[in-house]
Ligand binder design. Sequence first.
Ligand code: XMP
Length: 504
Amino acid sequence: KIIILDFGSQTTQLIGRRVRELNTYCEIVPYNKFPHGDESVIGVILSGSPFSVYDEKAFRTDLSSIWGRLPILGICYGAQFIAYTNGGKVEPAGSREYGRARLEYVDESDQLLRGIRPGSQVWMSHGDTITGISDKFEIIASTADVPVAAYRSKEEKVWGVQFHPEVYHSECGTQLLSNFVKGICGSKCDWNAASFIESTVAALKEQLGDDKVVLGLSGGVDSSVAAVLLNKAIGKNLTCIFVDHGMLRKDEFSDVMRDYEGLGLNVIGVDASAKFFKELAGVTDPEKKRKIIGKGFIDVFDEEAHKLTDVKWLGQGTIYPDCIESLSITGTTIKSHHNVGGLPEKMNLRLCEPLRLLFKDEVRAVGRQLGMPEHLISRHPFPGPGLAVRILGDITPEKVAVLQEADAIFIQGLRDHGLYDSVWQAGVILLPVQSVGVMGDERTYERAVALRAVTSTDAMTADWARLPYDFLAEVSNKIINKVKGVNRVTYDISSKPPSTIEWE
Ligand code: XMP
């Protein structure tokens, strides 16, 4: 495996994904937590960082135990850190260097740069620049503004690159990372969905033996793939519970139950909507709504699970981005996301998380390899509290029904026009606003809704989707004509940041 030392850059996860795309297993660990003693490590990558190497509070680490023993690649801050701590010089760049640049000089005989030609576009994003390197190193690439765009050690297998090969705008990025991972570190490149399934199923059999496992299904990709994988390993010893909190999309509960049964899963569906509507009555504060639903979900799940006997494990669809130990540089919680956190403590069960090593796109690849239907695999993400966070203000069954109808029209429209897969996520928001309209000769005074559709790769940042006007017009007409109680449709054109994807 490759170890990626995280110095806090926003692109660290992307480095991980790119290495995985090279069919090579990798792990991201905080900069000071290298797994000493792990014999399976074949190479190390140092990420970028929001700090300057000469900052008082910059993240520093001691590389002496890996230096010369394992190949090392420093990216951006990683490159500056290696240069700086080995007698080089790093200074603020005249102006912040950000965006596209072209490599002017490239030492094509270098192992890292093999196959990369002068003129190749690279992506720069740095406030500092390496202005001098010790004579232990030599320059292997330059751009017009950055003389030390890449360097290597003359003696050891150590490289540094000032640009970001993990970013898609760096044309030679894949080649460079492949040269490092395959050529220099000698990865066999045999990590893929099929091999993951084979080794995970074997490991689950070993870990679980004849133990029983209970797992909460949400209808989403992660919990569904986790369930199918566990089902493959332990069959009838897996019981799944799917709780309907009443705020799912139109027909979602019955559709998804049918899918699950088709997959051979042993699923208990629980309609707990009455309980949730009662507890949510009159509550308007978004965080309170989330807490009520989170706690209610745990209570219902716990009650159902207690009807089963001898359960020892709780299965969960936790994926890698949820597990990467965060360096918490800013450390503020924007929204408390509803997860099934809290369950294991309450139920005194051991946790089984078969997807905790996978990125989202890998989870999808595993699902496809397992033969799951495409509409389950390529579904948009949907928040745990469901439509509750898309109804601004208090929640009533009547409002949920209105929103379900409008949402179904929008989503079906996206599918019919072949637009569904081009957006990351879409939905309708029910606004706490009434407006005047005219229908026939009648004056109406009814609700307004907002359509929301975004493009994104990880939900951390998102842009509003540029959906065709004609399509928006068609959806607007349909909603106003068919959904009783709605007489106005708006389109949300805010990106994240500064807005968020959901309105609450
Ligand atoms: P925001 O609104 O924070 O959403 O930009 C980012 C992603 O997270 C989803 N989301 C949630 N998911 N429980 C969840 O499981 C929640 O409480 C929650 N709130 C937001 C949102 O749909 C988007 O995909």
